[in-house]
Design a protein around this ligand. Structure first.
Ligand SMILES: [Zn+2]
Length: 461
């Protein structure tokens, strides 16, 4: 049988190893992977000599927020950014207005996403003290996991955070138990609210201003205290937990210890914690404001070393888009800026830069940004694998001349807020992205139409 697409001559990168060969696609799935001399003929052949051929990335932590807040981002712009960045599946967080904390709100958001997405997507449900009853119905509606914060809803954003907060240990345990019953994991934003409240009062009374003040209000122990609390709760429940955006080496070590003791606990980090340090971003002020904060160079180095060692399971972008005007509110007063860096489309190219400098291997990028997230989300090996029968989600990357990151050429609506990476050098250029066999990005152009993307649900449901 004739293939629809053959990608030949490239370096095929999987989590297990790399070899020069070919990938064939029939319809929406991979029909061939091998050396290439025995591949069936195809309607279209992509010559990938000199290029990397990888499974599409699975970004397990994205905030599109649509249909609300469309001025910041929507599924058309976010999934254009994803396609341009080699991401073929994104997992949308529940935070929105209304949030995906009950089955009706989830269904509305999924329907909206299905009409507008250019690549495939999954959804998290919200799980908190105030929506425990909604957890089984959310699970039945196809969420890949749940998201929980350890703080009360932030002032002024109570509606967005309904069903998302477990501010004490009892409610955290209830959330973990309820999600565990459904066989789904809980992704936890792990920062201790009491430490933050005390430190914030102290720093606001001092003369420290700007991003330094923000970082001081959330010192490394904030994360460690919260991680300890999650580990305790996990041990008392039949549950699986992902600690989101880990920012300190100490937290990684603690998670690793708990894992060695048998806890089903996993760690996620993001490019901003692996690539940026407070010294580099200080001058960017509100544009570098994220939670947890970007750490010192010593902590960044420690975190990167642990990522290199394979001790951090998952890489995600935590893409959190805000308009320039919204971020600029923090120029005079850092406390007024919203949190987030919109780097969905830069995460893969920026991490591949570290392969050029010898600090990472290509296989590690695939393992932590494609295979491991797909496994945790319960969508492996349909996603996150280069195998016959897997979805034909593929990205062809061309190593080439250095090009600077230009914000105007980015696809996210929040491009002007991505100042922390402006001018950074990229030498791995995404040439073609395929999602389920269809070209969604090629040579700088978005080809995937809105509505081509579909909801992906975990296999156990
Ligand atoms: Zn997030």
């Amino acid at each position: 049988m004739t293939n629809d697409v053959n990608i030949v001559g490239g370096l095929i990168v999987t989590a297990e190893g790399s070899f020069v060969g070919a990938v064939g696609v029939q319809g929406q799935t991979i029909s061939y992977i091998g050396p290439g001399h025995d591949i069936p003929a195809s309607r279209r052949t992509i010559d990938a000599h000199g290029c990397l051929v990888m499974p599409g990335m699975v970004d397990s932590h994205v905030h599109v927020r649509a249909p609300s807040f469309a001025h910041r981002e929507d599924f058309e712009s976010a999934t254009a950014a994803a396609a341009a960045g080699g991401v073929t599946t994104l997992a949308e967080m529940p935070v929105s207005d209304p949030p995906a904390s009950d089955a009706d709100a989830l269904r509305t958001r999924v329907r909206h996403a299905a009409e507008h997405a250019r690549i495939d997507f999954c959804f998290y449900g919200g799980a908190g003290a105030d929506n425990l009853d909604a957890i089984p119905a959310l699970a039945d509606s196809g969420v890949v996991g749940f998201k929980t914060f350890l703080m009360p809803p932030p002032e002024g954003r109570e509606r967005e955070f309904y069903g998302l907060c477990a501010p004490d240990e009892i409610s955290l345990e209830q959330v973990l138990r309820a999600a565990g019953k459904e066989g789904l994991f809980v992704a936890v934003h792990a920062e201790d609210p009491e430490t933050i409240a005390g430190e914030t009062r102290a720093v606001q009374a001092s003369s420290v201003k700007g991003l330094d003040a923000f970082a001081m209000s959330r010192p490394p122990r904030t994360e460690l205290i919260a991680v300890e609390r999650v580990i305790r709760a996990q041990k008392r429940t039949e549950s699986r937990v992902l600690i989101c955006h880990v920012s300190t080496p100490e937290a990684v070590d603690r998670i690793r210890e708990a894992k060695a003791e048998g806890s089903k606990i996993y760690a996620e980090t993001c490019p901003q914690y692996l690539l940026l340090s407070q010294d580099v971003v200080r001058s960017h002020g509100p544009f570098a404001r994220v939670k947890p904060p970007i750490r010192s160079e010593a902590l960044r180095e420690g975190l990167f070393q642990r990522f290199h060692n394979g001790w951090i399971d998952i890489l995600s972008s935590d893409h959190a888009p805000y308009r320039l005007e919204e971020k600029e509110r923090g120029l005079e007063n850092i406390w007024l800026a919203p949190d987030g860096i919109p780097a969905l489309e830069l995460s893969l190219p920026l991490m591949l830069e570290k392969a050029l400098s010898g600090e990472l291997e290509y296989e590690q990028v695939v393992r932590h940004f494609s295979e491991n997230p797909a496994r945790l989300l319960g969508i492996y090996p349909r996603k996150g694998a280069l195998r016959e029968g897997s979805d034909a989600d593929l990205v062809v990357v061309e190593p080439g001349a250095p090009r600077p990151v230009i914000l105007d050429s980015m696809w996210t609506k929040a491009r002007q807020s991505c100042k922390v990476y402006e001018g950074w050098t990229i030498r791995h250029h995404i040439r073609i992205t395929l999602c389920r066999g269809r070209v969604v990005f090629e040579n700088g152009d978005i080809r995937g139409d809105p509505g081509m993307g579909a909801l992906v649900t975990p296999v156990q449901h």
